[in-house]
Design a binder for this molecule. Structure first.
Ligand code: UT7
Length: 331
């Protein structure tokens, strides 16, 4: 029998650089409350959010994704021509095909890399990092660009009391490449389709088109809140354990920015020591779904809370339900 030559990759992988793009339009709570019969105080106390960013018409998903990618490439010191795979995590690219990844790769000047989008909602970025790490270690790619981008303002019904105040827009990106030392720990991920109705589009595009409506997002916030606060703390601890570490070894905790109360509940359930710096980008960015973790990281670095060599625990969760967590060493 003929033996095929196996694919061989790098011994280890790591994040080489990361960056983000924050849309220009600042939307304070006061701008939203009338349409949903709410108040600035309710939104602040229930979510921690004071304002969020919404993209202007010019700030398309492609523009935001490309800008975040350029930021990450510059931070990594990697030329676009060195990228041989682009993964975009998004639910708000309005074209079913072609992928946003292929368009972004072309705009960046990458040389015909593999390019595809993934649909794992708010957990998309951590899915992308897990895939990128395995691609690099498996030999299918040497440098992978992972982008999380959302323009949820477009998918949100601004009169829906359950979602209008929470979702927002933005993009974040990271470059994953080979490493001499382990820089991305084993992923802990999963899905629970039985609870797919908790966060979903109200209807499919054909049904929406037939009735002239728009398939906005809908969320049963409270069950998601309870699930995220407790089950996700367990998954985060499992990722830590699978990396052979304990909470004492952590420098940074960077959970998906869904709700400040979820972030605090998770930190408490995990008994994180005081020295662990916790991402709280949500207060003026809202929930940017697949973009929230790289954006939060970028802010932590800018404000001196995340440094090169730090050990950071990432955990993302959302519609599906889906989740993914891993420990990374920051570049
Ligand atoms: O990113 C993907 C994953 N998503 C998440 O992780 C989001 C998770 N969920 C949440 O963040 C929270 O569930 C929300 C912030 C969405 C809602 O907070 P909550 O503490 O779960 O509120 P609730 O739905 O249990 O409602 C509590 C009260 C109710 O009034 P009563 O029955 O206590 O009198 C609601 O009618 O707040 C009322 N309420 C509102 N009041 C003002 C619900 N929505 C609003 C609103 N403004 N927008």
């Amino acid at each position: 029998m003929t033996a095929l030559r196996p694919s061989t990759g790098a011994a280890h992988s790591r994040i080489l650089g990361y960056g983000g793009y924050r849309p220009s339009r600042v939307v304070p709570n006061s701008e939203l409350v009338e349409a949903i019969d709410s108040s600035d105080e309710w939104i602040r106390t229930r979510t921690g959010i004071t304002e969020r960013r919404w993209a202007t018409p010019e700030e398309t998903v492609q523009l935001m994704a490309t800008s975040a990618a350029r930021d990450a490439l510059a931070d990594a010191g990697i030329d676009p021509r060195q990228i041989d795979c682009v993964i975009v995590a998004t639910v708000s690219h309005m074209l079913q095909t072609p992928s946003l990844a292929a368009a972004v790769a072309h705009e960046l000047g990458a040389e015909q890399p593999a390019a595809f989008d993934i649909s794992a909602a708010c957990a998309g970025f951590c899915h992308g990092i897990a895939l990128a790490s395995d691609l690099v270690r498996g030999g299918s790619a040497r440098h992978v660009l992972v982008i999380g981008v959302e323009r949820l303002s477009e998918l949100t019904d601004q009169t829906d009391r359950g979602t209008a105040f929470i979702f927002a827009d933005g993009a974040g990106a990271a470059v994953v490449g080979p490493s001499d030392e382990p820089g991305i720990g084993p992923v802990v991920w999963g899905s629970d389709g039985e609870r797919s109705d908790l966060i979903t589009q109200r209807e499919g595009w054909p049904e929406a088109l037939a009735t002239g409506s728009f398939p906005h997002l809908t969320m049963q916030g409270n069950p998601v809140f309870r699930w995220a606060s407790f089950a996700m703390a367990k998954s985060a601890l499992e990722a830590l354990d699978r990396a052979g570490l304990s909470v004492d070894d952590l420098d940074c905790f960077v959970p998906h920015q869904a709700n400040l109360r979820i972030i605090d509940a998770m930190a408490k359930a995990m008994k994180l020591p005081d020295h662990v710096r916790i991402a709280r980008d949500i207060t003026d960015m809202g929930n940017t779904s697949a973009a929230s973790i790289p954006l939060a990281l970028e802010r932590m670095r800018r404000e001196g809370d995340a440094r090169s060599g730090d050990t950071a625990l990432l955990i993302a969760f959302g519609a599906g339900l889906t989740w993914a967590a891993q420990v990374v060493v920051l570049p």
